[in-house]
Design a protein around this ligand. Sequence first.
Ligand code: HEM
Length: 456
Amino acid sequence: MQFIRTGSRALSRGLRPVISIRTTPHVTHLRSFTASYRLGAATRLVAPVNKSQIAGYKTLFAKRFSSTVSATNVAAATQATAVEVKVTKPIVAYWLYFNAGLIFTIVVVGGLTRLTESGLSITEWNVISGMKPPRSQKDWEEEFEKYKQFPEYKLLNRHMTIDEFKNIFYWEWSHRMLGRFIGTAFILPGLYFASRGYMTKKVAKQCFGITAMLGFQGFMGWYMVKSGLSQALMKEPGAVPRVSQYRLTAHLATAFVIYGSTIMVAADIIRQHRLANGRITKDLIRAINNPALNRFRTAALFMLHFIFATAMTGGLVAGLDAGLIYNEWPMMGEGIVPPKNELWSNHFVKPGDNGKWRNLLENPTTVQFDHRTMAETTAVLATGLYLYSRRLPLPRNVKVASNAMMAAVAAQVTLGICTLIYMVPIELAALHQAGALTLLTANFWLVHTLRKIPVV
Ligand code: HEM
C-alpha cells in the first residue's frame, strides 16, 4: 500500500507542488525511504537505500507520480495543506470477486435445496459436528429417525425410503457446507490481508461488515428452517409443512445484500487502484462526472432498489408456492387482474388486524399478482432507462453496463413467465433465481460505473 501525499507549500511559494511518497511501516524494506519530486523537474531522492533499489524506486515512483498528478486538482491542492491517497491492493478485490461468485453459487444451491424440498431434512444446527455427514447404515437410520419426528415427514413424506432421504439430506448438507466454506473464505484471507496492510481502513471495515452479515445469514438460515420444523403445524388444519415465507424472503434479502456489498467494495478497490495508477483518463473522469448524467445516475440507483423490491416479492411467491396457481400469462383467470374478493379476502385477516393488509404478504393470489405487477413495472422502467441512456453522452463502459442490464431484464421476465406457465419446474425456477441475481449484478455494475470520481 502506498501513501501518496501532495503538499501545497511549494504552490504557496509560487513553485509547482511537491509530491512526497512514503510507504507503510509493514513494507519493511521501504520503511526509511522518502522521495520528492518537483513537477516537471528532475527527480531528487532523499535518504536512498542503495543504488539498485533507487533505480527500481525511480521507475516505480515516476509511475505513481504521474498517476497522482492526473488525479490531482492543483487548485484544490492550494487550499488543503495535504491530501492523502491510500489504495487497497487489487488482490483484495479479486478475493472479494471470488467470494461473490461463491455467494452467487450458494444462492442457486439454496434455491435448488428449496425446490427439491430438501431444506427441512437436517433437523439440528451444529456448526462443527454438523460438518460430518452420516457414514454407516446405523448413522443414516438415526438421522432418518430424527427427520421422522417432524411435520414434513408426518404430513408429506411417510412413503419416503432411506435412499430418498439421503438425497434430500445431501442437498441441505451441501448448502450448509458451502455456507461454512464461504465463512472461512472470507475470514481467513481477510485476516491475512488486513494483517499485511493490504487494505485501507475503510475497506477493512467494509470487509468486517460483510463478514458480520455472513454470520447473521447463518443464523437467519437456521431461524428460517426452524419455522418449518415447528410441531404447531401438526395442529393447524390443512397446514403445509414449509418454512415461513417471511423468513425465506429475509434470508434471500440478506444474501442479495451481502452479494451486492461484496461486488461494490471489489469494484471500488479496482477503480481506486486504477485511479492511483493513472489508468483512468481525464476524459473518462470528465465524461463520468458530467452533470448531464445526474438524472440517469439517480434513475439507475432507483432502478436498483426497484429490482431488489421485485426480487423480494418473488421471495414471497417462492415461500408460499404461489407459482403453482394461475399458471398463465398475462391473464389471471378471466382477466388480467383476479377478482377483487380473491385478492382482498377476509380469509387472511387475523384477529386484531387493522384491515386486510395481510393479503399482500400471505395470500398466494395477491402475492403472485404483486410479483407480476412489480416485474412488469421493472421491465417497463428498465426499458425506459435504456432508451434514455441512448440519448446521453455515455462513456463506453457505462453503455456496456446499460446494455447488459437491458438484456438481463428481458431474460429475467421471459424466465419468470416460463417458470409460471410450466408450473415451476426445478430447472427453470433455479434459472429464474439466478437471473434475479444476474440482473442485480448488471444494475450494480451500471450504478458503479456511473459513480462520480472525486477530483482531489
Ligand atoms: C424483473 C423481473 C423479475 C425478478 C427480479 C424476479 C425475481 C424473482 C425472485 C428473486 C424469485 C424468488 C426465487 C426463489 O427464492 O427461489 C422469484 C420467484 C418467482 N417469480 Fe419472479 N422475478 C421477475 C419476473 C417474474 C415474472 C415476469 C414472472 C411471471 C409472470 C415471475 C414469476 C415467478 C414465480 C412463479 C416465482 C416462484 C418460483 C419458485 O417457486 O421457485 N417472475 N422471482
